[in-house]
Design a protein around this ligand. Structure first.
Ligand code: XMP
Length: 512
């Protein structure tokens, strides 16, 4: 495996993704726990991430000594290069020339890290983001690339197989970056590309069987890709020891409950308990307008239903969840304290403790795109695997103000029209997430000589890689006009449609 030491860069996760795309398993560990992780994992290579910190600050992060003492290939990226220099005999100081964004470098010498990708004389584009610069490199290293602001844009020591780059090979905007990282793990470190979805599937099935034995497992299905893939994998491992519970809280999209139930029962023959709890959820949401109160109520109500269903089938020792890697990575924070809660994400987190259950989380090591590939590997239809994410609290957080059954029905109609138009235009797969929201605001309109006084529907569509940041999808105005016309004409109760033009940050994807 490859050990990635996180020094707090915003893009550390991308390093792990690139390494895995090359077919090699990688784990991200906060730098302070790197020494222990190195002994535990015995990795065949180490990659040092970037950081918002400065090597010239007294308390800035350092590479654990056991890693520096080991005979293991190391690649330092940005801060990683600087700290590698600072700790092994080089010198780093503030730069008069800061480089941010796209930069051109020149390859001044060949090295094993560039092999097959760049050679002496090449002038590739890269993406830089640094203030400090290296003034002197450690003994044994030589400069292999230069830029206007960095005489040591890349340094190499082919004997110890240690390299440093001032630019970020992990980001999309360094076009040859993925090939460089692949070359580092496959050729410099000599690892075999054995991390495949077929291999992962087989290994996980064995692991689940060993963990669960003959006990029962409960899985809460949301209809989303993650919990569905987790359920299929576990079912393949332990068959009917798995019971899936699908809670319909009345906050689902049009046709969603039917699709999930049909797929699991008829297509996969997986026993599925379908609970229609919409009355209880609607009753509890009556009068609630505060977004956090909505989220907390829904989370709690979900656990109540789940617990009641679990009792009916005689209980279970294990609870399955579709937790993904981004949720479990302990990232390094330089904000000086615990991060602020923007939104309480809904999950079944309270249940295991309340019912004394252990967790089965077979997707803990995967990124979303890997889960999608695993879904395909397990035979899920591509259309299902490619579905846009849908939040646990469902339509409740797309109806600012009070959530009523009538408002949910109105929103379902508008949302279905919007998605139908997106599919018809062939845009669904280009968009990370698209949905309609229903505002409590009423405005005046005119339809067929008559005055209307109805609600506003907001449309949202974003592109994103992981939901952490997002850009607005730039529809053509004819497309938006078509959606607006259809929604106002076909959905009673809506007489105005607006498009949300806010990126994340400063907006969030959902409205609540
Ligand atoms: P925000 O609104 O925070 O959303 O920008 C980022 C992504 O997370 C989804 N989301 C949720 N998913 N439970 C979930 O399972 C939740 O409570 C929840 N809240 C937001 C949102 O749809 C988007 O994809």
């Amino acid at each position: 495996s490859v050990l990635i030491l996180d020094f707090g860069s915003q893009v550390t996760q991308l390093i792990a993704r690139r390494v895995r795309e090359a077919g090699v398993y990688s784990e991200i560990v906060p730098f302070a726990k790197g020494g222990e992780a190195y002994d535990r994992l015995a990795p065949r290579a180490v990659i040092l991430s970037g950081s918002p910190a400065s090597v010239t600050d007294a308390d800035s992060p350092r590479i654990p000594e056991n890693i520096l003492a080991a005979d293991v290939p190391i690649l330092g990226i940005c801060y990683g290069e600087q700290v590698l220099c600072a700790q092994t005999g080089g010198a780093v100081g503030p730069s008069g020339h800061r480089e941010f964004g796209r930069a051109d470098i020149e390859i001044v010498d060949d090295c094993a890290f560039f092999d097959g990708v760049w050679k002496k004389g090449d002038k590739p584009h890269v993406w830089m983001s640094h203030g400090d610069r290296i003034d002197a490199i450690p003994a044994g290293f030589r400069p292999v690339a230069v830029s206007a602001g960095a005489p040591f844009a890349a340094i190499a020591n082919d004997t110890t197989r240690r390299y440093g780059v001032q630019f970020h090979p992990e980001v999309y905007h360094t076009p040859d970056g993925a090939r460089l990282l692949a070359n580092f793990v496959l050729n410099v470190a000599g690892m075999a590309p054995t991390w495949t979805m077929a291999g992962f599937r087989a290994a996980k099935i064995a692991e689940i069987r060993a963990q669960v034995g003959t006990e029962r497992v409960l899985c809460g299905l949301s209809g989303g890709v993650d919990s569905s893939v987790a359920a299929l994998l576990i079912h393949e491992a332990i068959g009917d020891q798995l019971t899936c519970v699908f809670v319909d809280h009345g906050l689902l999209r049009a046709g969603e409950a039917e699709q999930v139930v049909t797929m699991f029962r008829e297509h996969y023959h997986i026993p599925l308990v379908h609970v229609d709890a919409s009355d209880a959820f609607m009753a509890g949401l009556a009068g609630v307008t505060d977004p956090e109160k909505k989220r907390k109520f829904i989370g709690g109500a979900f656990i109540d239903v789940f617990e009641a269903e679990a009792k009916k089938i005689g209980g279970a020792r294990f609870l399955a969840q579709g937790t993904l890697y981004p949720d479990v990575i302990e990232s390094v924070s330089f904000t000086g304290g615990p991060s602020v809660t923007i939104k309480s994400h809904h999950n079944v987190g309270g249940l295991p403790a309340r019912m004394n259950m252990a967790l089965v989380e077979p997707l803990r090591e995967l990124f979303k795109d890997e889960v999608r590939r695993l879904g395909v590997e397990l035979g899920l239809p591509p259309a299902f695997v490619g579905r846009h994410p849908f939040p646990g609290p469902g339509l409740a957080i797309r109806i600012p103000g009070e959530v009523t059954k009538e408002a949910c029905d109105t929103l379902r109609k508008a949302d279905a029209i919007y998605l139908e138009e997106i599919h018809k235009a062939g845009l669904y797969d280009e968009i990370w997430q698209a949905f309609a929201v229903l505002l409590p605001v009423r405005t005046v309109g005119v339809m067929g000589d008559g005055r209307t006084y109805d609600k506003v529907c907001g449309l949202r569509a974003v592109t994103s890689v992981d939901g952490m940041t997002a850009d607005v999808y730039p529809f053509e105005s004819a497309f938006l006009s078509r959606c607006a016309t259809r929604i106002v004409n076909e959905v009673p109760g809506i007489n105005r449609v607006v498009y949300d033009y806010t990126s994340k940050p400063p907006g969030t994807i959902e409205w609540e």
